[in-house]
Ligand binder design. Sequence first.
Ligand code: ADQ
Length: 501
Amino acid sequence: MNTRSQRLIVVSNRLPFALGRQGDGTWKIRPGSGGLVTALLPLLRDRGGTWIGWPGTSEGGGDLDAALAQATHDAGYALKPVALTSEEVHNFYLGFSNEIVWPLFHDMHSLCNFRPEYWRTYLNVNRKYADVVAANSNARDFVWVHDYHLMHVASELRRLGSRARLGFFLHIPFPPLDIFVKLPWRFPLLRALLEYDMIGFQTLRDRRNFLQCVRTLVKEARVRGSGQVLAVDVNGHEVRFGSFPISIDYNAFVRNASQPEVTGKVAELKALLPNRQLVLGVDRLDYTKGIPDRLEAFRNALQRYPDLHERITLIQVVVPSRVDIPQYHELKTHIERLVGEINGQFTRPGGWVPIHYVYRSLARVDLLAYYQTAQIALVTPLKDGMNLVAKEFCACSIEEDCVLILSEFAGAAAQLQRGALLVNPYDIEGMADAIHHAFVMPTKERTARMRRMRRSIREQDIFWWIDSFLRAAIAKDLSDFPLPEDYVPRDEWLRDEVIPL
Ligand code: ADQ
């Protein structure tokens, strides 16, 4: 069977559409525009594929079905909704997914809220997704499930007798054994993952963590392989797993960044903020993104390096996210207090304001204009599966004279370590030094570093990512997937990845 010509069924928490009521009460559906949706589009259209997910509202009814039917017609592939009640959304999405798995898998177990009803709803909701998949697929299809909300879908599908090939990609990190075992439901969750045929992780580090959990917690597991893709046999069922760093549609970013609409905005921004270097931070409102530590580092840089005064400005864009969870609301207040304090400390009345803070979702053209205007990007998550902002900033650095300051704990660091200034996001002074280092870095060094990163992002774009995941799912021989030279890391924690297993 050839996965490349099989029908593709994509399953994700949400359908790739933005849904809202219009003034007259009818639904308005706008197609999603993220890199993953765009990259999967040709595959879904060519193969007559299907996308299954929650439509983003608990209201059902005739007019929603009609709107989805119209959206299916316009998209060129089928959209199948999973109906969830508002209580299910609360316990499954906000609860188990975002108050348990999200903090735990980002090494922040003290933020977890291990409520048993969250787990029960997670199982029930995963069953609902599996029911819709089962009703819309057959044994010849390739089902590709995305992310931490849906780790139990394969086991529910097997229970329903599905014989389709089942793939799973985890967009967030997989935690080390010592953290994973804190999960009260660690055994059923790990065994549920092992019901898939193919599992993709962002980095070798995530894959290593998963392997360690499987070896320790699943006694009958037998692992083989030594390259990028390994296989584990559990009671006669083979699961493959490997690292596949997700990426962006590089060429589209380069193209769009040079559109007159964008370059016009770039000129406006440069005129408004002249004679200085702009430092950019762009993040969803999330405690994993390290925004307060970054602001402290910026303050520290201004305190220790007076040559930065009036010659540097930080633009920090924060996109509202998960505001129904109390911790996110507290984080927003904390960020706003810090911005106020730092600006209060350094602003020159009538002149320089060190931090420009933007709290809203940006239009694409504005985001691209910020990417194009900034000379330095500060991407300093405490932990991140990959971080696409880092890659998008590099793609938009068309002049190749910008600097990326990147957290060691972003998945992107494995790929971009030879071009970025890597920092420990908990090290305030280290980050402040990196800001100053970036500020004074000569153009020649900037260009050499940026060129290296852009080449890697161009060669391994989102289309490469999809293709390599699907190829690994069907390859006859795992030795076709050697460890890529680029990813062979220099430091200790990754060196054991190249020791044959
Ligand atoms: P996120 O945690 O959301 O993704 P990230 O990878 O940085 O983090 O992606 C954010 C996306 O949102 C980017 O594509 C960016 O362009 C877009 N965006 C940012 N600011 C915006 C704004 N103001 N307005 C509109 N769009 C904006 C999760 C994981 C990551 C992993 C991705 C993909 O947490 O680690 O890289 O999935 O697998």
